[in-house]
Design a binder for this molecule. Structure first.
Ligand code: HSX
Length: 207
């Protein structure tokens, strides 16, 4: 996949604060919301605009506005995806939302689906699939496999932190899905956690 590493200084700074073990749940949550707004800003850079005649208090003008046919849906991989979802929705409040519940079996790392709900008009929508972390890549691949069964218009994956191994797996299985991440870490430990990483995003977010 095309990998976009978003090096914006505010994103990098906030990510460092999130990685710190001493960062509290409340602070982690706030940072994830802030960083997700910044990621959303970068990911939506190429959204098409059209123009519309509007009336200002003084005159009228032809002004840019988002093209209505560009319909987005943000799909959160539960449960950690919820944190990114909240931040992105602050910036794109009219986006539709879907949820995929996946967990990986701690021993086998096999991904199990326990929930799936997306808007009915998904085939007309462009998906931002969100999860803070890609470690082995198993969850990301399973989520994209599942989504492709219902054929949205396009899929982009947005995360905070991805391990090289996971990126390679996602790329091998889904070369058509671009990945946006704030950072790439190169190792996984024996339990499949990203190193140096930031721990388990779900645990840090929810406790
Ligand atoms: C964590 O593990 C993250 O939020 C992802 O959902 C998942 C990533 O692990 P992997 O499937 O890439 O190994 O809960």
């Amino acid at each position: 996949a095309q990998v976009h590493t978003i090096g914006h200084p505010l994103i990098q700074h906030k990510l460092t604060l999130m990685r710190r073990a001493e960062t509290s749940t409340a602070k982690f949550r706030a940072l994830l919301r802030e960083i997700s707004m910044l990621l959303a800003y970068e990911v939506t850079r190429d959204l098409p605009l059209k123009t519309e005649i509007i009336q200002t208090p003084l005159t009228h003008m032809e002004a840019p506005i988002l093209a209505p046919e560009k319909k987005m849906v943000i799909i959160s991989i539960m449960r950690a995806g919820q944190g990114i979802l909240d931040g992105i929705l602050e910036l794109i409040p009219s986006a539709r939302v879907g949820h995929i519940g996946l967990y990986r079996d701690p021993r086998s790392h096999v991904v199990v689906e326990y929930y799936f709900k997306v808007p009915h008009d998904i085939t007309e929508r462009d998906v931002l699939l969100v999860d803070p972390m890609i470690a082995t890549g198993n969850t990301a691949v399973a989520a994209v496999n599942r989504l492709k069964q219902i054929q949205p218009r396009s899929i982009r994956f947005v995360c905070l932190l991805a391990a090289s191994e996971g990126i390679e797996q996602l790329h091998a299985e889904h070369p058509d899905v671009p990945l946006y991440t704030a950072a790439i870490d190169d190792k996984l430990d024996e339990h499949g956690y990203i190193l140096p990483g930031m721990g388990d995003a779900g645990d840090r977010l929810f406790g």
